[in-house]
Design a protein around this ligand. Structure first.
Ligand SMILES: O=C(O)c1cc(C(=O)O)c2c(n1)C(=O)C(=O)c1cc(C(=O)O)[nH]c1-2
Length: 242
């Protein structure tokens, strides 16, 4: 006999348990970053690599938008594109991330050229874009649900970094402020969608698998940063050298 269908509350509880076990707030690199244990060069490496994640988010959202079957769903998802790309009057998240890299002393041209990117960052981020493009709409929506856990890590990061580093200030970290309201809004929709639309246990398992996959790719990005810039500290050929 196949496993019974989970109630929406049970499905949500299992999603939260995945975050509690494997969201990237638990990664040693984040402990170092937020605890003030990194040099400016190591913080630059983090911001430089994460630029590629930020810059790829609108591409993955646009590919999902194209597959959504109704006006209401597309309108909801379109908001994410505006959050990241801006609307021409106010800057979006990608542009705001460059405020951070600039504040850390990196030139826009170098950051956006991706010349200094770790290969593993590229592979992990591209895997996210491909997953969203190739899997079901249900799995693609579910893979965004790491945002359930991001407000807590963002608060911890901003307060920790402001306290610990004299080379960052509130203006440098301003990227994160709008995320504290955008992420819960995104999650409310995405969580409602997956609990409503996963109608079989198999679909519910696919939702859980998508969130695990997403946690893993966030984790892998930090593994790569740790290996290249903390211990043993071996940047691959061509990668940014602080
Ligand atoms: O600071 C973070 O730790 C963090 C995590 C995540 C996430 O969990 O994927 C996102 C963001 N930030 C973020 O700023 C963001 O715009 C974002 C979009 C998405 C997504 O999957 O669509 N995740 C995240």
């Amino acid at each position: 006999m196949s496993a019974p269908l989970l109630t929406p509350a049970e499905l949500e509880a299992q999603l939260r348990a995945i975050g509690a076990e494997r969201y990237h707030n638990l990664h040693p690199f984040h402990r170092l970053l937020h605890g003030g244990k990194l040099s400016k060069g190591q913080v630059q490496a983090w911001a430089l690599n994460r630029y590629y994640y930020q810059a790829s988010i609108p591409a993955k959202d646009a590919s999902l938008l194209a597959r959504l079957p109704s006006t209401a769903l597309r309108r909801e998802w379109r908001r994410r594109l505006e959050d990241h790309d801006g609307d021409g009057t106010k800057p979006g998240g990608v542009e705001r991330w460059l405020v951070l890299t600039r504040g850390l002393g990196l030139e826009d041209e170098y950051v956006t050229s991706l010349r200094g990117l770790l290969p593993a960052t590229r592979f992990a981020v591209d895997a996210y874009v491909h997953f969203v493009r190739e899997r079901t709409v249900l799995e693609a929506v579910a893979s965004s649900l790491t945002e359930m856990f991001s407000p807590a890590i963002i608060s911890e990061r901003v307060s920790g970094m402001l306290r610990a580093y004299d080379f960052v200030d509130e203006a440098t970290l301003a990227y994160f402020t709008p995320r504290l309201t955008q992420a819960p809004q995104d999650v409310e929709f995405a969580l409602g969608y997956v609990t409503r639309e996963a109608r079989t246990r198999e679909e519910q398992e696919a939702v859980l698998g998508a969130l695990r996959f997403k946690c893993d790719l966030l984790w892998a990005q930090l593994d790569a940063l740790h290996h290249a810039y903390v211990s043993p500290g071996l940047p691959p050929p061509g990668a940014f050298v602080p």
